[in-house]
Design a protein around this ligand. Structure first.
Ligand code: ADP
Length: 475
């Protein structure tokens, strides 16, 4: 991939955005912490300076009280020399602003008498602080005005060189630390987001490697129960479902192809025979009749498939009218009596009278026929088949039970037999399409009922079609 193509992708990645957020938040909170620390530190330094200046003023007040103005004038010079004339100065002045004594002031000549401060002092009789900037070396000075005797004001100032040194040291520490913090937070943000998103990468990789032919790949699950693990579990479950679905679609299309092939081959065979025996009109008739029969079988199969798939998709077009279920069961039984007689099967019917439901009569008839057809088809000669219509004491509806003494069904196939086109190995020799039970269950479910099976291998089978209360009226 070219660099040009990669760059916009990098900016769009969640990892990149997370790194940016992480670095941003980390740097901003560090800045806030630094600012807070700076504010507190300078505040404390200034308070300390103010306390020192007040201490000096008190000292001057004591000296004036004991030695008078002259003593204070001398003290101003001595104190400034002792501390350093560039560090501190003292001026003694009258409330009018007239200076009458001071320490050596050449370094402090910028600092004049602030008349505003003196006026405030005169009003409050306490002390006033101001801050000056001495221009040549951009140094700050803290200045105190305070009464040291009745008519004497002391103006004393101290260079805030300690604070300036602190600020410049702080600046250096701040720049170096911030540089380090930004790099550190970006690297750790990138590392953390990459680590957090590694699960997503695994899912993407698996999704990419899945093709029509390869559906076995699964995302590795960590078992941590975190969001990504749950996503992996959900994704794997989705793959399981897709795999099962594709498998059943494949099976179904194989079955459809197989089931369509047999009648088509037979139709082709009839046509071939008709071609060979060209002059016999009876042969033509026979061929035409066989072709129609096979075509009907095909059409019937296709229609049944359509009914099932439409109903499953929620588009079933059923026509509900009041249906006398008692009569319908009796008629269906009548219809199959000759088949039962052929196989010498003891075929009995017991239908409770006057059970009427709202139903699609044609669909229900076909579903019932499928159940009876199966029972008679799979029960060996001289067996027994019984059909029974009764009120369902469980849900107050009705139920039709078709019981036979046939080969029975292995419980592991109880669900399979209702799938489209499923036919048990042993049943392949009997005619059928594998759609009968699937159709019957679809019809029952469309009527808000169900079709269930109970069976014992070697003993027989009972199919129960339940039709619930809300579709039922007992006359
Ligand atoms: P078909 O009968 O055309 O094979 P069905 O959908 O009606 O298709 O039935 C599916 C499978 O269920 C049958 O192939 C058969 O193996 C089994 N089956 C259905 N009814 C019975 C029954 N009464 N006794 C035993 N097996 C049955």
């Amino acid at each position: 991939m070219s660099l040009k193509k990669m760059m916009p992708d990098l900016f769009k990645t969640i990892a990149f955005r997370l790194t940016l957020w992480y670095a941003g938040i980390f740097s901003i909170s560090s800045c806030v912490a630094f600012a807070l620390f700076y504010f507190l530190a300078t505040q404390t330094l200034q308070e300390q300076t103010d306390r020192d200046l007040l201490e000096k003023a008190r000292y001057f007040a004591t000296v004036i009280a004991q030695n008078g103005i002259m003593g204070a004038s001398k003290l101003a010079v001595i104190e400034a020399q002792a501390a350093g004339e560039k560090r501190i100065f003292f001026r003694l002045l009258y409330p009018s602003g007239e200076v009458f004594a001071s320490s050596h002031m050449s370094y402090w000549k910028d600092i004049t008498i602030d008349q505003g401060a003196i006026n405030t002092l005169a009003r409050t009789k306490g002390h006033v602080f101001t801050t000056w900037l001495i221009t040549p070396n951009d140094q700050k000075a803290r200045v105190l005005y305070s009464f040291v005797a009745d008519n004497v004001i002391l103006q004393t100032g101290v260079a805030m060189d300690f604070q300036s040194k602190f600020i410049s040291a702080f600046k250096t520490v701040f720049i170096v630390s911030m540089g380090f913090i930004i790099i550190f937070s970006a690297v750790s943000g990138l590392f953390l987001s990459k680590k957090a998103l590694s699960g997503v990468k695994a899912i993407t990789r698996t999704a990419n490697s899945i093709t029509g032919a390869n559906l076995e790949e699964r995302v590795p699950q960590t078992g941590n129960q975190d969001e990504l693990d749950l996503l992996a579990v959900t994704f794997n479950r989705m793959l399981d479902r897709i795999e099962a679905l594709i498998k059943s679609i494949r099976e179904m299309s194989d079955n459809i192809a197989h089931d369509l092939k047999s009648p088509l081959t037979r139709i082709r065979g009839f046509a071939e025979i008709a071609l060979v025996n060209m002059d016999e009109i009876d042969t033509y008739r026979g061929m035409a009749a066989n072709t129609i029969e096979e075509s009907d079988r095909l059409l019937d199969m296709i229609n049944t498939m359509l009914v099932i798939s439409r109903a499953e998709a929620g588009e079933g077009q059923f026509l509900y009218t009041p249906v006398n279920l008692s009569a319908m069961v009796q008629e269906a039984w009548d219809l199959f009596v000759p088949v039962a007689e052929d196989k010498q099967i003891q075929f009995t019917c017991e239908a409770a009278d006057h059970i009427e439901i709202e139903a699609d009569a044609k669909m229900l008839q076909r579903a019932l026929s499928n159940l009876l057809d199966n029972a008679l088809k799979y029960t060996q000669n001289k067996g027994r088949v019984h059909v029974n219509l009764q009120k369902d004491s469980g849900n107050g509806g009705a139920q039709i039970l078709v019981t036979d003494t046939g080969p029975g069904i292995d419980p592991k196939y109880f669900e399979k037999i209702f799938e489209r086109f499923y036919r048990a190995e042993s049943s392949r020799t009997s005619p059928g399409t594998g759609l009968g039970l699937s159709f019957a269950r679809t019809v029952a479910r469309q009527h808000k009922g169900d079709l269930v099976v109970a069976s014992q291998l070697g003993k027989g089978t009972v199919f129960t079609m339940r039709l619930p209360y809300r579709n039922i009226q007992i006359i």
